[in-house]
Design a protein around this ligand. Sequence first.
Ligand SMILES: C[S@@+](CC[C@H](N)C(=O)[O-])C[C@H]1O[C@@H](n2cnc3c(N)ncnc32)[C@H](O)[C@@H]1O
Length: 243
Amino acid sequence: MRSPLDELIAARPAFGGSTEAEELVSITHRSLRKGDIDWLEVGAGDGGNLRYLMSELSAGRTFRVIALEPAAPAGRIEGATWLKLRVEDYRPDRQFDWMNVRHSAYYMDDPVAEMWRLSSSLRPDASIALTHWSRDCVLHRLHVAICGDQVDGPTSGIEDIAQRLMSVGGLDVSDIERTETVLNVEHVAEDDEVASALYELARRGHTPLDPVANRAERVRDMLAAMPDPGRRLNGVMVIRRAR
Ligand SMILES: C[S@@+](CC[C@H](N)C(=O)[O-])C[C@H]1O[C@@H](n2cnc3c(N)ncnc32)[C@H](O)[C@@H]1O
């Protein structure tokens, strides 16, 4: 069976390039102090987006990075320690100045519980930046269409995660900063990998799926019936421990 990373890499041409890269740089730049920074990257993927963030934020900062990634081979970024781990299995042995969770919470058993647990390893004034799809994102709408009414916590929208984090207490959650990019709808129609990635995600969300003969065709039909099928909407929020 392929890993989530394999699925996503295969589907990347249709999902589009790096979304919200500039927004994430600006949010991190605003909130992260200068100096020596202990950084935790949760679900680092192939490291490309992390490498970009580091290079854009490097003025006045030196990074010591722990990169968690259950699927990718280790050691792609200088100065980073790669751990082949799911976040659920990670027991921090240090405090961090910044944690970046970019499009990896979909795969966690319970992202709210994980954010809460990770927050106990934040230094005072340190933060977690969580990037996740919005309820209105075309990918989330496709996900809901595949799962029916069975969509559960991990794969719900960033708005739902924010609400749940606030109701847990003990954390301050910023407003969600929204970003919009375009899904290459024509490419999705030609590329079976997107259907495969979405069905894999639905299966990881513990949704019992009906067997479907032609998943790609079904995804194409769902997209064709959808208003605004090109709208990829994501959100970024910053989570801190309440004082
Ligand atoms: C959509 S990719 C995002 C990669 C990277 N953060 C980026 O922005 O390019 C999600 C990543 O999370 C990883 N992942 C899956 N389950 C995870 C878990 N339980 N804990 C941490 N990472 C996980 C996947 O292997 C995949 O590489």
